[in-house]
Design a protein around this ligand. Structure first.
Ligand code: FAD
Length: 301
């Protein structure tokens, strides 16, 4: 029996072969994952990782796919997407919450609000999961996840052990961290400040409204394609300055509302998006001398 057959037999309810990844990315694009593994719990995850390692299967961890472009030829090895049991919210004490890594950011924002905890409002504007938010150090409106994080629990692929990392052990960067790729975040603890629920609601609504005005919705995108240079020099400004707003490749275009948002209009391929990225990067460099850095992650063959 080959490796695939052995693994699909052993993890029959949680492992699938040749799964289209387009349903797992906000771009709605990408080829197949050789395997897709959706563990129901921590023990299953650890057991599977040990098997994958033994069989030299490459592993890729995925959150809600709101920052990930999968290439047209898919992903070799196993894409791991934490199952629904990794989506939960728990009040630990009056100002501290624990959430599963697969929990959507907006659910965490609402849970914090329901428990009169402030500083989580910005999470209602970010469409990803908590695992992705920590890895990306996601944020908006002067907030970012590192400011409220206390600790994360991870499974380390290198030794198949569960570990806890405190916020102080992690270096947070603008839209990134120094966490090694081999760590799968399974949960996180956050600390907020006690505040009146009405005040939190007001703050949350203001942010959501602000987002609605400045960013497109109901489109196939992964949000900001490139990182901003700094607070005053945003990627969209450079894209506009270089006259790229109307660039297109196949059915991949640039949002009219926010020119750092690249869009699959329905018939684009992942290569169209990547070609558009290359074209814009080159035009911006030629016009401004700035080498734009990708914010979105591109994965696959
Ligand atoms: C419309 C729109 C608006 C957006 N607005 C913002 C914004 O305002 N601010 C902002 O910062 N971002 C924004 N984004 C980008 C995106 O939502 C964030 O980067 C988000 O935090 C990604 O989370 P995810 O779960 O979707 O990650 P994914 O895209 O699934 O993965 C992103 C990275 O995280 C890793 N990862 C995911 N889960 C885990 C885990 N459990 N353990 C280890 N690694 C993991 C992946 O391997 C990958 O490297 C926006 C995106 C869209 C589509």
């Amino acid at each position: 029996m080959n490796v695939g057959n052995i693994l699909t037999k052993k993890f029959s309810n949680t492992l699938s072969k040749d799964v289209s990844l387009s349903n797992y990315s906000w771009f709605n694009l990408g080829g197949n994952a050789e395997f897709l593994f959706k563990p129901n719990n921590k023990d299953q995850l650890i057991e599977f990782i040990a098997e994958a390692k033994k069989n030299n299967l490459k592993t890729t961890i995925l959150g809600a796919g709101s920052n990930t472009l999968f290439r047209d030829n898919g992903v070799k090895g196993v894409v791991i997407k934490l199952g629904s049991n990794f989506s939960y919210t728990k009040l630990i004490n009056k100002d501290t919450i624990e959430v599963g890594a697969a929990t959507l950011d907006r659910k965490v924002a609402n849970f914090a609000k329901d428990n009169s905890l402030t500083n989580f409002e910005f999470l209602s504007c970010i469409p990803g999961s908590i695992g992705g938010a920590v890895i990306m150090n996601s944020g908006c409106y002067e907030n970012e996840i590192s400011k409220i994080l206390l600790s994360i629990r991870v499974i380390d692929i290198r030794d198949c052990k569960e570990k806890e990392l405190k916020r102080e052990d992690i270096e947070f960067l603008y839209r990134g961290t120094n966490l090694p790729k081999e760590l799968i975040i399974i949960s996180a603890k956050f600390k907020g400040l006690i505040e009146k629920k009405e005040q939190i609601e007001k703050q949350q609504s203001t942010m959501i409204e602000k987002k609605k005005i400045s960013q497109p919705s109901q489109i196939k995108t992964c949000g900001s394609t490139f990182k901003n240079i700094n607070k005053d020099k945003k990627a969209w400004m450079l894209i506009k300055e270089a006259g790229c707003n109307n660039f297109k490749e196949g059915d991949a275009t640039i949002s009219k509302k926010h020119c750092n948002f690249f869009v699959n209009n329905g018939k684009a391929s992942s290569s169209d998006i990547e070609n558009l990225i290359r074209k814009v990067k080159e035009a911006v460099y030629n016009k401004t001398g700035v080498n734009l850095e990708l914010e979105i992650k591109i994965i696959g063959e």
